[in-house]
Design a protein around this ligand. Structure first.
Ligand SMILES: Nc1ncnc2c1ncn2[C@@H]1O[C@H](COP(=O)(O)OP(=O)(O)OP(=O)(O)O)[C@@H](O)[C@H]1O
Ligand SMILES: [Mg+2]
Length: 224
């Protein structure tokens, strides 16, 4: 369905007089319907890379291709691509505090123009699938970290995006829920052909992916 690639991506940050080179001519190619995992030490640049791939940030240099098209976070089409075609699971959730779990998950569908009652029904189905049947009307500050993480995952999956970018989607989950989320991702990948790029430290599950890379000194190196 949908491929994503980054070519010669470089990104640095300036912090006072410190220059931090995070990505150095980093290359990544994820063919459609593949599942690729990225691991690496804290601070090595995994979230930075994922934000660039998800058109949430721009690289200093390099190119992003989504489904064979050259795209940039600065393009006027970027918000539409993000809403319709990409699902992004943030490392730190970013749920809307004033909306309950069901409303948070329904939001991307409503933004995309669906009527709110059918959006809410779909949100409930997905939240039930993720084991949150009894949490539908709770606000983010009434949910545990792992529950918020599953709501954030549901929000990223609700509009059946062709490409899902997930930043440590199981980082706050116990082994049981973590296993359920990994199995669900694998099923979506196999049955719907959705493409996944997943940042994770869960090395016991990366065997489900087609390939796993380590981000080290600004570049991806295959580890399986
Ligand atoms: N806005 C910013 N300004 C300055 N430095 C930044 C900024 N964002 C990230 N950094 C630095 O860039 C580096 C990469 O950060 P990033 O969040 O991509 O790491 P990460 O691999 O996702 O880490 P973690 O596993 O802890 O989530 C870190 O050294 C971080 O301190
Ligand atoms: Mg990170």
């Amino acid at each position: 369905m949908y491929s994503i690639a980054g070519y010669k991506l470089s990104k640095s940050y300036h912090d006072g007089d410190q220059h931090i080179q995070v990505l150095r001519d980093c290359e990544i190619e994820v063919p459609e319907a593949q599942m690729l995992c990225i691991t690496g030490q804290s601070g090595c640049g995994k979230s930075t890379l994922l934000h660039i791939l998800g058109l949430l940030d721009t690289p200093d240099s390099g190119e992003i291709q989504i489904a064979g098209r050259l795209v940039s976070a600065k393009d006027s089409a970027a918000p539409v691509i993000r809403n319709r075609e990409l699902g992004f699971v943030f490392q730190f959730h970013y749920l809307v505090e004033d909306l309950n779990a069901r409303e948070n998950v329904a939001l991307p569908l409503i933004i995309a123009g669906q009527n709110s009652s059918s959006a809410m029904r779909k949100a409930v189905d997905l939240l039930c699938l993720l084991g949150l049947k009894d949490r539908l009307l709770r606000y983010p500050n009434q949910l545990s970290g792992g529950e918020q993480q599953r709501v954030a995952l549901a929000r990223a999956l609700i509009n059946e995006p062709k490409l899902v970018l997930a930043d440590e989607p199981t980082g706050n989950l116990d082994p049981g829920h973590s296993s359920e989320v990994w199995q669900m991702i694998k099923t979506l990948n196999q049955e719907r052909g959705q493409t996944f790029v997943i940042v994770t430290h869960d090395l016991q599950w990366t065997g489900l992916a087609h390939s796993t890379y380590q981000l080290h000194q600004g570049k991806l190196q295959p580890i399986s």
